[in-house]
Write a protein that binds this ligand. Structure first.
Ligand code: CTP
Ligand code: MG
Length: 260
């Protein structure tokens, strides 16, 4: 199934506090997080996990930061002959995804035969992926793509939760209001896979909704709200998101030891 990958890289990285947007941060091997992320998509293609159509990358609105990430995309495209299009993002992650969806629609429609872009004549697979997850192995792409291939409209890779998760209320000091059954909890990663047309409709619906798109912390949430079933496949510990300096240290230790 022809697949377009949408990489969201427009976040500021406020929790990492690296002074530049997270996707621009250079890891210990001299390559940026975005380069690693792009390389992982091509590795998945080369492993036969996905039939790659093109990649859209959502970059920060700031012109200097955008130019820097556009240069990364340009070099990658020249090196791999993969079509890569960049598009400026928005304030919240969901805004960036929506900005990216417009570009994806063009990329999906312009590639392949009539009907390949989805709609009544066919389906086009979309993978929405965080630039902040640089090491996702091909097996995860494969599991997500295989689920889409079997006809599901939404699928997420997930891992088991190791901590006990409680709900709390009040300002500090907070008070526990309950404990969630850990066996029923999953930590969800990306790439998340969707039927393109269905995700476009779900995001439109979320935008019109009372809570607005800002309340969406991932894209599967939009599909859940629209009434779709969301499948779960095995994620991987290497699919972790770099959010804090501790995560960055882990990423660099993995690179230094040849484990990523
Ligand atoms: N993202 C985006 N546009 C936004 C916010 C986030 O494209 N307005 C992207 C980030 O670039 C990242 C992914 O969504 O690849 C996951 O978001 P997160 O880890 O929260 O990244 P940031 O928002 O950059 O970090 P923080 O929340 O610490 O500021
Ligand atoms: Mg964020």
């Amino acid at each position: 199934m022809r697949t377009t990958v949408l990489i969201v890289a427009a976040g500021s990285g406020s929790r990492l506090q690296a002074g530049v947007p997270k996707a621009m941060v250079t890891l210990g091997d001299g390559h940026t997080m975005l380069e690693h992320c792009l390389d992982s998509v091509v590795a998945a293609r080369d492993a036969g996990a996905i039939e790659l159509n093109a990649i859209a990358v959502v970059v920060p609105g700031d012109p200097d930061h955008a130019a820097s990430l556009e240069a990364v995309c340009h070099d990658f495209a020249a090196r791999t002959a993969v079509t890569v299009q960049t598009v400026p993002g928005g304030a919240e992650r969901a805004d960036s995804v929506r900005a990216g969806l417009a570009a994806v629609r063009t990329l999906a429609g312009s590639a392949g035969s009539a009907g390949s872009a989805g709609g009544p004549f066919g389906r086009h697979a979309l993978l929405v992926h965080d630039a902040a997850r640089p090491f996702v192995p091909p097996a995860v792409f494969d599991a997500v793509a295989t689920a889409l291939e079997s006809g599901t409209a939404a699928v997420v890779p997930a891992v088991e939760v190791v901590d006990t998760i409680k709900t709390v209320t009040g300002a500090a000091p907070e008070e526990v209001t309950g404990t969630l059954q850990r066996t029923q909890l999953r930590a969800v990663q990306t790439p998340q896979g969707f039927d393109l047309t269905s995700l476009e409709a779900a995001h439109r619906l979320a935008e019109e909704g009372a809570a607005g798109a800002a309340a969406l912390t991932d894209d599967a949430m939009a599909m859940e709200a629209a009434g779709h079933r969301v499948g779960v496949v095995a994620g991987d510990p290497l699919g972790f998101k770099i959010t804090t300096q501790l995560d960055l240290m882990l990423a660099n230790a993995l690179l230094a030891s040849g484990s990523a």
